[in-house]
Design a protein around this ligand. Structure first.
Ligand code: ADP
Ligand code: MG
Ligand code: MG
Length: 517
């Protein structure tokens, strides 16, 4: 994409004093504005008092990003919200996929079990809330640049809080530091930096659910409960959402996932009651539960943790997400949407005359189906269907596998197998369990360079950007009616081009914002 920027932006900044001065600006602004994380034990041995924070890793400059791609990703978000709301409502569809996976994957089996138990006694809350994030990379097809979806997140979609701050940081630098750079071409570049209301947008989604819940029948005050991981380092990201919500006078509390059973109870009408740990006379009825934990096996070390998830699921609180909505985010769902349903077909998905019928099941309008389809890349099952058998050949071939990433049904980064590590991993698992993975073509965006400030060090070089678009959706899972469906800002994450994974929290990527070109 260097051609798009004439090769002058982002500048390399050869002068080390100038580079350090810019880094210092960023370090101070970031701490002053909560663009920060808690330090890992490897960086600070003793943070026992809980007073230390450090800069979130960030690029020195907003990365150039094609305007048309950015527009397209934003424009399609409400359709994606509708798609995933609709999938969550289709228990039969999800059950079919869970059946293929559960034998090899206890985590998915246990989640399904929670849903089954609640279904048996009957759900007492019809409303579901999704705070979603659809992730993309830019794919170059000849002259054409096209966004391709990496994945769709339905649980704990993070960085909406830090992302809004990163956009503000880069806007601030564009007004203050960049114009003084020695590189006159870069200094005079007028950057097109779009607004980013990710923190406000996500908070507005939570507020919509909070309002929809209504008043407590028992006369308790109502609240929003954030379920979080113990020792969470990405706490300020979450805090930004909390502070936004609290600005509209919504009581918000944070509760470690591991303390659900101690701190909450279920009333006879299954209202979820939360008692303040500091004042047992203060009881709140939980209107909305927002999970920033519970997305992976490590949050469920024992049966009590599964009981805790069950307690949340069976309550009358609006849960973000319910088990079904979480399961709708399985990579398997994304694969089924992208794979043509004709069982004889092994052809790629990107043939708009022959779009997969699974999409038709959820999205009635043809133009919306086509718009979604344009964002899909080739994804295969690894089962024994014709396309699964094709994929097995690709995945086990030492050359062909280099174009693919293999993914299990997991969230949070660090779970995938890339390129040549795929055949070796497949050898370690029984063939009957291969179908719990999907095989996806690797998207290779046009080359870009930038400088990353991480742990106080500057890393300059080739980078890969991943755009996330947030969306919020509140719907009635019984009637299918959508009560709220909104776009909620964006995230740009950037990683070194030698790294396969891009998670900021997992230590691979960094925060960035877009400079539209
Ligand atoms: P998770 O739910 O754990 O975040 P992802 O599917 O987002 O899983 O994969 C993690 C990371 O791996 C992504 O952020 C991206 O950097 C990389 N990745 C995943 N799929 C692809 C792909 N098809 N092409 C290129 N990179 C990918
Ligand atoms: Mg991801
Ligand atoms: Mg994910």
């Amino acid at each position: 994409m260097a051609s798009l920027t004439g090769g002058t932006y982002p500048p390399a900044i050869e002068d080390s004093a100038e580079r350090d001065a810019l880094a210092q600006e960023i370090k101070d602004w970031s701490i002053a504005h909560g663009l920060a994380v808690r330090p890992p034990p490897a960086v600070v041995e003793n943070n026992a008092e809980g007073i230390l924070a450090m800069n979130a890793p960030v690029t020195l400059f907003p990365s150039p990003f094609p305007k048309s791609c950015f527009r397209e990703a934003k424009a399609i978000q409400t359709t994606y919200n509708e798609l995933y709301a609709s999938i969550s409502n289709d228990e039969e569809f999800i059950a079919g996929l869970v059946q293929e996976i559960a034998g090899a994957d206890d985590f998915i089996a246990n989640l399904w079990q929670v849903h089954q138990r609640v279904k048996k006694e009957g759900y007492v809350q019809n409303l579901s809330l999704g705070l979603f994030r659809s992730d993309y990379m830019v794919h170059q097809d000849g002259d054409r640049l096209q966004i391709k979806q990496v994945e769709f997140n339905t649980i704990a979609s993070s960085f909406g809080g830090l992302s809004a701050q990163t956009s503000l940081l880069h806007k601030h630098l564009a007004q203050t530091s960049y114009p003084h750079l020695q590189d006159t071409a870069a200094a005079s570049t007028q950057l097109d930096l779009p607004e980013n209301d990710s923190a406000k947008g996500l908070a507005a989604g939570l507020k919509a659910a909070y309002d929809a819940y209504g008043k407590s029948e028992q006369g308790h005050p109502t609240c929003v409960l954030f379920l979080v991981q113990g020792g969470e380092r990405n706490v300020f990201d979450q805090r930004h959402l909390e502070y936004e919500l609290q600005q509209s006078s919504v009581p918000v509390f944070r509760l470690p996932f591991s303390e659900i059973l101690q701190r909450t109870s279920i009333s006879p009408k299954r209202q979820l009651l939360y008692t303040l740990p500091t004042n047992s006379s203060k009881v709140f009825e939980v209107a909305v539960v927002y999970l920033r934990a519970g997305y992976g096996p490590s949050d469920y070390p024992d049966q009590a943790a599964w009981e805790a998830r069950y307690q949340i699921e069976r309550s009358s609180a609006i849960v973000c997400p319910t088990v079904l909505t979480q399961l709708a985010g399985m990579k398997k769902v994304q694969q089924v949407l992208a794979t043509p349903e004709q069982s004889s077909s092994t052809s790629p998905v990107n043939n708009s005359d022959n779009y997969p019928t699974a999409l038709k099941r959820f999205i009635p309008q043809e133009h919306n189906q086509k718009a979604l389809l344009r964002t899909f890349t080739n994804i295969y099952p690894l089962d024994t269907t014709p396309s699964g058998l094709t994929a097995r050949k690709l995945a086990t071939d030492p050359e062909l596998c280099k174009r693919y990433v293999m993914k299990p049904q997991r969230e949070g980064g660090g779970n995938n197998f890339y390129r040549t590590s795929i055949p070796a991993h497949l050898k370690t698992i029984p063939e009957k369990h291969w179908s719990s993975y999907i095989l996806m073509e690797i998207i290779t965006p046009p080359p870009l360079t930038n400088t990353i400030l991480r742990n106080g060090q500057l890393e300059k070089g080739g980078v890969i950007c991943e755009l996330g678009i947030y969306g919020t959706c509140l719907w009635d899972s019984t009637s299918g009616e959508i009560l709220h469906n909104k776009l909620a800002g964006y995230l740009l994450r950037t990683k070194g081009d030698q790294s396969e994974e891009g998670g900021v929290a997992a230590g691979f990527g960094c925060m960035d914002s877009v400079a539209l070109v």
